[in-house]
Design a protein around this ligand. Structure first.
Ligand code: SF4
Length: 198
């Protein structure tokens, strides 16, 4: 059953659910679990930028430490909406903005996407998910195929120096070598976060 939950909160963080589409099909995706995140994030339709901004009105925005684009899907599939909404949130509320992404933006839209987020996004969490291309394809089953892992690394590098806080993440999943993943992140001068699977 579908709903139209655009915003949801966890502790003091406010999340924006803008699409259910994704260019990965990860084995551990929370969308596959019965409990999900505790909200029904399956959208009847994708919200417009106006609908996202309208969903914020009436919320106690001061209560949130950051606003995060992260729902049941890949937010940067909707790059134009992210730019518009992030700009609106910065202007109206001055909040810290984070994007949780699979890092496929340049495969989806062509090169140069990190630059488009400059000044709008404060933090980006990019799912590295594996220590190499073979394991990545096995676990994430990307729509873009063999070159995707390298593209995620390239996108991560392109964010460095443009977005103030760039973090890579992996899910603790069978076959994922978190030590090697940490070495890769360190090689890029970035922090690695290891998340537990749902
Ligand atoms: S990238 Fe995220 S939303 Fe997409 S399939 Fe993987 S875990 Fe799910």
């Amino acid at each position: 059953m579908r709903d139209f939950i655009i915003t949801y909160s966890i502790e003091d963080r406010l999340y924006l659910n803008i699409t259910n589409r994704c260019t990965n099909n990860c084995a551990f995706c929370i969308r596959k679990t019965e409990h999900g995140v505790g909200y029904n994030l399956w959208l009847q339709k994708e919200p417009s930028a106006e609908e996202v901004m309208a969903s914020l009105r009436g919320l106690e925005m001061d209560a949130y430490s950051e606003i995060i684009f992260c729902g049941y899907g890949e937010p940067l599939l909707r790059m134009d909406l992210v730019i518009e909404v992030a700009g609106g949130i910065k202007r109206e509320y001055g909040k810290i903005i984070r994007i949780n992404t699979n890092g496929h933006a340049d495969l989806i839209h062509g090169p140069g996407n990190a630059q488009k987020l400059k000044g709008l996004v404060d933090r980006i969490n990019i799912s590295l998910n594996a220590q190499d291309s073979v394991k990545y394809r096995e676990i994430c089953r990307p729509a873009f195929g063999a070159g995707t892992y390298q593209a995620v690394l390239n996108f991560s590098k392109s964010c460095d120096g443009i977005i103030p806080d760039v973090v890579l993440s992996v899910v603790d999943w069978p076959g994922v070598d978190t030590v090697k993943c940490r070495e890769i992140a360190q090689g890029l001068g970035m922090e690695l976060r290891v998340r537990k699977s749902s």
